[in-house]
Design a protein around this ligand. Structure first.
Ligand code: SF4
Length: 699
């Protein structure tokens, strides 16, 4: 009888452990890993259907050049030559990589090393830019490094959990189940702040249907309230922070009274006061935020407005307390660890520190380490559209559908001289590839991922590589070798890459940098094979978590203190107007993942929502002349699409919701990406996907 293989779910950032078993007929069954600390045996609907997504339908099985099948040598030689020639003719800034939170950390590491250390350019960005870049920027502003000081246990040890812009019940289901179980046990209060009454908002103790984009006002009001009530931790503020006066002065001016906050946020003043009173009176409070906060032109300010309240009360880095960003993808955090964002260098070091640039260059023995940040996602495709980027390699993601203003992205892919796409299946994006490279998928890949609580787990293979498919790390290193960097990319296994990644995190690190997994730098192949899920930091050695991040009140800033950031409420980048009067928010639905290339194959997952529906308030529908089930045309300044109308009072008047998943692959339906605005947050570069002015009419 086949043994079960211990691996990790490839979907959301909860990072559940999965036991997978291949039957004699080749079918795969999965169950939750009872020993994985993230999920203790549970899986959600998407995770439990993983075994049904593994057929070869639509799989890319061999390299293709210009639409014809090719061998690996020919394809890799061509990619290396085109990139080398482009760099020689137009400089290193003329090329770019657009990668994915679906990549494993080892894949990400070699892609980042090739671009930032050997090509000498920062132009590697990721679809995680669309997901949690504002949290990264907010963490760096407040903490000096992109750290998540909490753990999932904190959800279970809190007395109050405030969920902001997070439909946790659908988007992080197993974590939500942990929270509900804790609530049953200890009576945890749950407050939900969200413009939509989602499944999470249906079952909570306090629901605040906030006007989209006004979160800074709500949390500035909370900070001002904490000052007025004297509900501060003065000792913590004095010993461990800077900037309290500036932040509280601006917060008090911005949000002087509960009534002003309620008016600005479109909330009942009694609800605002209740939230503030609960927060003030509850030491064990965790504030959870995800895409509703991040996907905004002011997402970074929103993150800092939340963190300010935790710093003011000293509720950070302690059991049951803290600000907590939940990531959307399985390896958004792993990508952050290795520098998979254009504005990060590697191992959570940044370009603003020239010593860090030199250090990374020394460690890699790099001939041309990048000295400035590269282009973030939206700017990268803009540069491809106008000819500044002439060779682009897209790995494991579908920007032709998922990027905002996707029509412009498609035009950019058409205009770009040379486009490489490595992926598991054909997508809307693979149509634009000059060279198509077949990559290994879940069940075939071998490496590590890091979940939202920065726990590193293994993805292990249980199926052979079909056809001519190869792992991403292999593809990248083969191109690097052909570009003349053979010595630096001489890895035989993902374990060898992982060891180097761990060693870099500890290189010349006297403990000031918190991302340190140096205890794993000498892990041997057997231990890597049997690796048990662990949090970082791991500087004390394998199996032992050295300390709770920020538990001692020390932060990786030059003076070791956290920083309050003075922020002010600003409106959305593109307000609604007479031409586009409805504010559209976008998001996930329970049983689908991204552009549905995998979950769309499973009938029982499709049954939950067989087609895209635009959810609007009955009052708006009546004004437009729409009824339940009508086909509506949804139009923004950037694109249009069609969707069935679903009437719900869970939607505020003047707002609508559209799932992000559907694309041309399934029907000529509305897809959120093509409609969305490419306006971005000035600090994080994250697009404002949660506030898109649209008009809706009967089709
Ligand atoms: Fe996978 Fe997330 Fe569901 Fe866990 S909660 S099984 S990680 S999709």
């Amino acid at each position: 009888m086949a043994a079960e293989v211990r691996t990790t779910c490839p979907y959301c950032g909860v990072g559940c452990g999965v036991l997978a078993k291949v039957a004699a007929d080749g079918s795969v069954s999965v169950r939750g890993d009872p020993d994985h600390p993230a999920n203790a045996g549970k899986l959600c609907s998407k995770g439990s259907a993983l075994g049904e997504t593994l057929g070869l339908d639509g799989r890319l099985l061999s390299p293709e050049i210009g639409g014809r099948a090719a061998g690996w040598d020919e394809a890799l030689d061509l990619v290396a030559k085109k990139f080398s020639d482009t760099i020689a003719a137009h400089g290193p800034d003329s090329v770019g990589f657009y990668v994915s939170g679906q990549l494993l950390t080892e894949d990400y590491y070699v892609a980042n090393k090739l671009m930032k250390g050997f090509i000498g350019c920062g132009n590697i960005d990721t679809n995680s830019r669309l997901c949690m870049a504002s949290s990264v920027a907010g963490h760096r502003r407040a903490f000096g490094e992109d750290i998540v000081p909490g753990t999932y246990e904190d959800f279970e040890e809190a007395d109050l959990v405030v969920l902001v812009g997070s439909n946790t019940a659908w988007c992080h289901p197993v974590l939500y189940q942990r929270l509900l179980a804790a609530r049953t046990k200890r009576g945890t209060r749950i407050a939900v702040v969200d413009p939509r009454r989602t499944a999470t908002g249906e079952d909570c103790d306090l629901f605040l249907p906030i006007r989209p984009g006004t979160d800074v006002l709500l949390f500035n009001g909370l900070l001002a309230h904490l000052v007025r009530r004297g509900a501060l931790d003065a000792d913590y503020i004095a010993a461990h922070t800077n900037g309290f006066d500036a932040a509280t002065t601006l917060a008090a001016a911005d949000a002087p009274t509960v009534a002003r906050v309620a008016e600005g946020c479109g909330l009942d003043p009694a609800d605002v006061r209740r939230l503030y009173d609960w927060f003030a009176a509850t030491p064990r409070t965790v504030t959870v935020y995800s895409q509703g906060v991040n996907q905004s032109a002011h997402g970074t300010d929103k993150v800092n407005a939340i963190i300010n309240c935790h710093l003011a009360t000293g509720r950070i880095g302690k059991p049951g307390m803290g600000p907590f960003s939940v990531t959307g993808q399985p390896n958004a955090m792993g990508g952050r660890e290795v520098g998979g964002l254009a504005n990060q260098l590697a191992a959570h070091m940044g370009f603003e520190d020239s010593a860090a640039i030199d250090r990374v260059g020394r460690f890699w023995n790099a001939p041309a380490v990048a000295r400035k940040p590269g282009l973030k996602a939206v700017d990268l495709f803009e540069a491809a559209a106008d000819g500044r980027v002439r060779a682009l390699w897209i790995m494991g993601t579908n920007p032709a559908v998922s990027m905002p203003d996707a029509a412009r992205v498609r035009a950019a892919l058409k205009a770009c001289d040379f486009v490489v796409v490595s992926d598991v299946v054909r997508t809307d994006t693979t149509r634009f590839a000059d060279v198509l490279l077949p990559a290994a998928g879940w069940g075939e890949k071998d490496g590590t991922v890091t979940n939202s609580e920065r726990r590193i787990s293994r993805q292990r293979p249980f199926a052979p590589l079909p056809g001519d498919v190869r792992p991403d790390w292999w593809i990248i290193t083969e191109v690097a070798r052909r570009m003349g960097f053979a010595e630096a990319f001489d890895y035989a296994t993902p374990a060898a890459i992982f060891r180097e990644h761990a060693a870099l995190s500890a290189f010349e690190n006297d403990g000031a940098r918190l991302f340190d997994i140096g205890g794993l730098a000498d892990i041997d192949d057997d231990d890597y094979a049997g690796f048990q899920p662990m949090h970082w930091p791991l500087r004390a050695g394998r199996g032992a978590r050295a300390d709770r991040l920020a538990g001692d009140g020390k932060f990786p800033t030059p003076d070791g203190r956290a920083r309050f950031v003075a922020v002010r409420q600003e409106g959305p980048a593109l307000p609604v107007d007479g031409a586009f009067p409805i504010a559209l928010t976008t998001g996930r639905i329970r049983d689908q993942w991204h552009t549905m290339t995998r979950t769309g194959l499973v009938p029982r997952l499709m049954a939950h929502a067989p087609e895209p529906a635009i959810e609007i308030n009955p009052a708006d529908a009546a004004a437009i002349g729409l009824r339940e089930g009508d086909l509506a045309r949804v139009e923004s300044r950037y694109g249009s699409g069609r969707a069935k109308v679903r009437l719900t009072d869970a939607q505020r008047i003047g707002q609508a919701f559209l799932p992000m998943h559907w694309s041309g692959r399934f029907a000529a339906n509305a897809a959120a990406g093509p409609l969305s605005t490419p306006v971005t947050d000035p600090f994080s570069g994250q697009p404002e996907l949660k506030h898109v002015p649209v008009r809706i009419a009967r089709e």
